[in-house]
Design a protein around this ligand. Structure first.
Ligand SMILES: Cc1cc2nc3c(=O)[nH]c(=O)nc-3n(C[C@H](O)[C@H](O)[C@H](O)COP(=O)(O)OP(=O)(O)OC[C@H]3O[C@@H](n4cnc5c(N)ncnc54)[C@H](O)[C@@H]3O)c2cc1C
Length: 476
């Protein structure tokens, strides 16, 4: 959205991406995008649901801002051509976990794909857009390191008046996640390495219903199936969620994930969807068939898997970070919208609105910063070898799962600190995540400690700056 608005205003945009554009979280997004649209719903209720899920750490001003602007953003997507599902009564909105009302706009179960294809169609052959398929190798700063002045990739330096990171979250540091391969947080690690503060890194959302086999990538079974009647059962076929939360199967994701690891053999019963699943959720239906399911199977074995990382580069709603010249939008940013746990279908909303806001800012300030200085300071990052990625994957699985403890976190910090790569930006970033988790001596949202199961009365953010000092602050 940021690139789209910039080129419409006549700005040249260089888009650097890694791998295949079809393997991004945005492309994978199934469930949809939230906005209070129906007369029976309200922005105030969308705010309340967002803040309930966020478990005390949402910034109410940011929540109000994004929820207020959600209907206009949906209208913009409609005007651009996103074909949200409709029926005779208008847009066919669905419900997901912790939403009080049906407010999720969707295109069957491939909403993200439709949004990206719609925007991509406008940008694909645009003369102002240069596409570069390369991994970032570093960030360039002015020689006094006061301002970001570009990036390095393909062994070359590219100067730009402004650099926008939209590199997604870091779920895929774990050895298995719902995310595409590049989402290991390299953008956040680089921002941290050049001194942009990062925060709330310990909050990690597990999606409760993922179908995992050894022969296929993990398959996310959207919460919208539970929103439309599917329900969880244990190995004795008991519906167990009523024991854990009044919202039962639609409780916040952290509650459902913890319940599932306490129950044995959890499965998703899809009997209420038997006649509709192939039309309403065709992507999931076909993926299940590819994994050996027949149309008569009524239960899918599911487990929680890491899905969304709440923390990131501290940024304003327009993406501005504390480092001049550097912007962060989408999942790599931390705005205070999601708090300690994200309400389902709020992240495409955040990414889209931030993209629009960032573009407006860049267009307004387009001419103010041109770097004429030929000297620069490069903060580089070599790609990690596969054995290092395997090491980090095991470490995060062990220490940063659904339930954490001081022993596991301390032992992970020790092994990371003793590793030959300990000064690599990704290792330093992971060290910041582990310290944030160790020093949050409470349980809240996407951070649950078996040794500190209670929630503190005073909700505080954790913030790490380049000095590696961990601070607990009331607001970000
Ligand atoms: C399976 C799945 C289903 C989801 N469903 C929903 C949903 O229904 N509704 C919702 O609101 N949210 C959903 N989410 C979350 C949501 O999709 C993401 O939070 C959001 O799309 C993130 O967008 P982004 O632009 O920040 O990152 P992404 O879409 O992940 O894009 C990141 C980009 O950065 C590039 N990149 C990363 N590292 C580098 C590097 N080092 N060098 C160069 N390029 C790099 C990647 O290649 C990619 O192009 C879902 C997520 C997943 C994984």
């Amino acid at each position: 959205m940021c690139a789209y608005d910039c080129v419409r205003a006549g700005q040249a945009v260089l888009i650097v991406y890694q791998g295949d554009l079809e393997h991004t979280s945005s492309f994978y997004a199934q469930g949809g995008i939230a906005a209070a649209w129906l007369d029976s719903d309200s922005t105030a209720q969308h705010m309340t649901d967002t803040m309930m899920a966020g478990d005390g750490l949402c910034d109410p001003r940011v929540v109000q801002d994004f929820c207020d602007h959600a209907p206009a953003f949906i209208q913009r997507l409609i005007d651009l051509g996103v074909p949200f599902d409709q029926d005779a009564g208008g847009y066919r909105l669905t419900k997901e976990g912790a939403h009080e009302h049906s407010r999720i706009f969707h295109v069957k179960d491939h909403t993200g794909t439709s949004i990206i294809q719609t925007l991509g169609h406008h940008l694909k052959d645009h003369p102002l857009v240069q596409w570069e398929n390369h991994a970032l190798q570093g960030v360039l700063q002015s020689s006094d390191q006061s301002r970001v002045i570009g990036v390095r990739f393909n062994d070359q330096n590219y100067l730009a008046p402004n650099t926008v990171l939209a590199t997604g979250g870091f779920s895929n540091i774990f050895s298995r996640s719902t995310n595409p391969r590049p989402n290991i947080g390299e953008g956040i690690a680089l921002a941290y390495a050049v001194g942009a503060p990062v925060g709330d890194l310990e909050f990690i959302q597990f999606h409760p219903t993922v179908f995992c086999t050894d022969s296929h990538p993990p398959l996310l079974i959207s919460e919208a199936l539970r929103g439309e009647g599917a329900f969880l059962v244990n190995k004795n076929n008991e519906r167990f969620m009523k024991k854990y939360h009044e919202l039962e199967d639609l409780a916040p994701r952290d509650v459902v994930s913890r319940a599932m690891i306490q129950e044995s053999g959890p499965k998703l019963n899809i009997v209420p969807l038997m006649t509709s699943i192939q039309y309403r959720f065709p992507t999931i239906y076909h993926a299940l068939q590819a994994r050996g399911f027949s149309q008569h199977d009524i239960e899918i074995p599911v487990q929680p898997l890491v899905h969304y990382t709440l923390g990131g580069i501290v940024a304003k709603p327009n993406g501005q970070t504390e480092k001049p010249g550097l912007f962060a939008i989408g999942e790599c940013s931390l705005t205070g919208f999601h708090g300690a746990n994200r309400l389902a279908s709020n992240s495409l909303l955040e990414a889209g609105i931030m993209g629009q806001r960032c573009a407006s800012f860049l267009i307004q300030h387009a001419k103010s910063h041109h770097h004429n200085d030929t000297s620069h300071h490069l903060t580089s990052m070599d790609p990690l070898a596969s054995e290092d990625l395997i090491f980090l994957g095991h470490l995060t699985n062990q220490a940063l799962g659904v339930i954490r403890s001081s022993n596991e976190l301390t032992s992970a910090i020790d092994s990371l600190g003793g590793h030959p790569q300990k000064d690599h930006p990704m290792f330093l970033f992971l060290m910041a995540i582990l310290h944030s988790a160790l020093h949050r001596k409470e349980s809240r949202g996407g951070h649950y400690r078996s040794d500190f199961p209670d929630t503190h009365a005073n909700a505080r953010h954790s913030l790490v700056a380049h000095s590696h000092e961990l601070l607990h602050v009331d607001a970000i």
